[in-house]
Design a protein around this ligand. Structure first.
Ligand code: NIG
Ligand code: FE
Length: 432
């Protein structure tokens, strides 16, 4: 007698489990040299019931056990966990195509920012928008991310930079969460830039964040039974390490978990601070001093590489993945999707860049974009791999071999996206 279940995906050329590698069933990110363990099952199958992974194994074995309401013949394609994008700046309004043109003519990102453009120009557009406009403008962006295989993501504020506009961004993220399948983790980033009205008065703006904005965001989250991350752009000319430390101390007191934009342009010490304060992730890490990488490798803080950003800025330096892995660190990947440095909605593109410029193999990049990315938003227990018991967030590629990820770029290799056991995207394109 076959056991009735909701869904059986079978006859996959490969199922990539990307197992969480902790001892005795505990769930851990893939650290150091372990990164890239895919747990490949040839001619594999995935049994799904009530939105969760019930079992993975050989197709022949699972087909003898289960009778599925929805039977999906993967027909020789590759099956893997949905991508998790643990660093995005969704939602925002407008674009900065003019600044890209200025950069092509030689201006740097930090010069444009110091002259009042950059983040502040997106802030002006985002402040002007109504909540409904902000939601409507960002919904198609998330739909594209989903079509490219992202099933969970992080979303930050940081284009409000005053209390009302930052809370409007939180409201927009909550509304977007309810209106489409990607699950969004919320990050409060009032310390993304010093708004023009506080120019030259950074410490006063930090005081405003600590005494008004953080408590208001914490109250907003508590009413909705949500938890928030707090992030800071810790960078020369933006918020220094001591200002970042003050903000983080206040945030921790209010129950926020921490993330940081660290060492993107200058190795200022944001990564060391993240380790010291037990941040969930430290992101960018392009200019991180060697000693800080060693400390990171011995901590639980996830290192998030964002190779779309130096690519977007046409810069040469990338996150030093080999050093991070050598130090035993847990490396994740994200898009950094934002209108300034990196308007990239595709984790497939990020994998392609990570293989070329961070020196990752396709297997390492896939694990960094799924399991470790889930840990970078504190959800590694729940998503990011096809381990039994996890939420059934699953991709079927239109190719038989995961190694086409990274190798091919500028094309969508995702055929089917399954979120919590439901098919939410199905591209009818022929196998490629
Ligand atoms: O991660 N560096 C700070 N924040 C973004 C850029 C945001 C923007 O330019 O609008 C980043 O690269
Ligand atoms: Fe960012």
């Amino acid at each position: 007698m076959l056991q009735p279940i909701d869904m059986l995906i079978h006859s996959a050329a490969q199922v990539c489990v990307v197992p969480a590698v902790g001892a005795a069933g505990s769930r851990r990110p893939q650290r150091g040299k372990v990164l890239g363990t895919l747990g490949l099952i040839p001619d594999g199958a995935v049994a799904v019931h009530q939105g969760r992974i019930l079992e993975v194994g050989a197709s022949a074995a699972l087909r003898q056990l289960y009778q599925a309401a929805t039977d999906i013949d993967a027909a020789g394609r590759c099956v893997l966990p949905g991508f998790v994008d643990p660093h995005t700046h969704v939602p925002w309004m407008g674009d900065r195509a003019n600044e890209f043109e200025q950069r092509l003519a030689g201006a740097t990102y930090m010069e444009i920012m110091a002259a009042g453009g950059g983040i502040m120009s997106t802030v002006n557009r985002t402040r002007q928008a109504s909540l409904a406009e902000l939601v409507d403008d960002n919904l198609p962006r998330l739909q594209r991310m989903l079509a490219y295989g992202t099933t969970s993501a992080e979303a930050k504020t940081g284009y409000g930079l005053n209390q009302a506009a930052e809370l409007k961004q939180l409201e927009a993220i909550a509304a977007l969460n309810a209106q489409q399948p990607i699950e969004l983790s919320l990050t409060f980033l009032p310390a993304h830039a010093v708004p023009s009205e506080y120019r030259g008065r950074t410490d006063e703006y930090v005081d405003l964040i600590i005494h008004h904005m953080l408590p208001a965001a914490a109250a907003w989250a508590a009413e909705r039974h949500l938890t928030l991350f707090c992030d800071v752009f810790c960078e020369e000319g933006v918020f220094d390490v001591s200002q970042t430390r003050r903000i983080f101390a206040a945030a921790q007191e209010l129950g926020f978990r921490l993330k940081v934009h660290a060492d993107e342009f200058v190795g200022l010490g944001g990564t060391a601070l993240a380790v010291e304060m037990g941040a969930v992730s430290a992101d960018h890490l392009v200019r991180t001093p060697v000693g800080d990488i060693v400390a990171l490798g011995q901590s639980d803080t996830i290192a998030v590489g964002l190779p779309g950003t130096p690519f977007g800025l046409a810069e040469q330096a990338y996150t030093p993945a080999a050093a991070i892995l050598e130090a035993g660190g847990a490396l994740a990947l994200a898009t950094d999707c934002n209108p300034g440095t990196c308007w990239c909605e595709s984790m497939q593109m990020v994998i392609a860049l990570a293989c070329r410029y961070m020196g990752l193999t396709q297997a390492q990049a896939v694990a960094a974009a799924t399991l470790n990315a889930a840990f970078a938003i504190g959800r590694g227990e729940e998503i990011g791999s096809l381990d039994a018991g996890k939420q059934a967030d699953i991709l079927i590629l239109n190719t038989p071999d995961y190694r086409h990820l990274g190798y091919r770029f500028g094309v969508n290799l995702v055929q089917t996206v399954i979120k919590r056991g439901q098919v939410v995207v199905h591209h009818r394109a022929a196998a490629a």
